[in-house]
Design a binder for this molecule. Structure first.
Ligand code: 0O2
Length: 205
């Protein structure tokens, strides 16, 4: 069924498993953070945010990937209909949290994209985990896809800025702006490194 022709009721039904998956992953994430960092002086997780992708964004993404914008294609080809973003203070914490998630028995990790070790050409850095969690519905259980994005505050502020510019422009970003963005991405990487070193020094005191 074409996404744009779906009624609000049908869309809500299609999104229900994703809304459930977001609640489950959020709960896991919050519990892990509390346990993992219970003995630390401060919680290195700055915040956790979750969102369901809007139908118009799902349709746009399908068209960009060359698929007809139907709900069937969305279920098959879009991995980030449900998204959870965990924003940390330091890069090291990202890998600690990713390892804990990896070892969860009721989470299937399908794919990992490490844009921190290998940033995108435009400078984008984040650690993406494509996972599935089991969701019980009235008459059956299904494994539902969720994208977890792990990033630092600096990576997050860069990504928000770049996202805003890209979406506001709705056309190619001028080369001068792309170059400035890339420079800023490099600065945020240096900032992350320095802040992490500083934190390690403070923890040793
Ligand atoms: P929005 O509006 O944030 O939801 P794939 O089929 O997996 O190769 P996909 O889904 O594009 O293709 O994978 P990827 O790279 O994991 O991107 C998923 C999401 O990561 C994006 O969703 C963004 O949220 C974020 N992201 C990826 N690349 C960039 C980037 O260059 N800049 C910014 N600001 N965010 C990025 P959406 O649907 O693009 O956008």
């Amino acid at each position: 069924m074409l996404i744009e022709t779906m009624s609000d009721h049908d869309m809500r039904l299609a999104m229900l498993p994703y809304a459930g998956a977001l609640k489950v992953v959020n709960m896991y994430a919050e519990t892990i953070m509390e346990e993992l960092f219970a003995n630390k002086r401060s919680n290195p997780v700055e915040h956790i945010k979750s969102r369901l992708k809007r139908p118009s964004s799902i349709a746009r993404k399908l068209e960009k990937k060359g698929y007809e914008p139907t709900m069937e294609n969305a279920l098959k080809y879009i991995d980030d209909i449900a998204g959870v973003r965990i924003v940390c203070l330091f890069p090291k914490d990202i890998y600690k949290i990713a390892e804990v998630i990896q070892n969860f028995s009721n989470i299937r990790v399908c794919r990992v994209k490490d844009y921190i070790k290998v940033p995108k050409k435009n400078g984008y850095r984040s650690y993406h985990m494509h996972i599935e969690v089991p969701i019980r519905l009235l008459d059956h259980e299904e494994w539902v896809k969720v994208e977890i994005q792990l990033r630092t505050v600096a990576m997050d502020s860069w990504a928000s800025m770049e996202h805003k510019i890209r979406y506001k422009q709705r056309k190619d970003i001028p080369d001068t702006v792309s170059c400035r963005l890339l420079e800023c991405a490099q600065l945020t990487a240096e900032l992350d490194e320095s802040m992490q070193q500083l934190n390690e020094e403070i923890e040793r005191i």
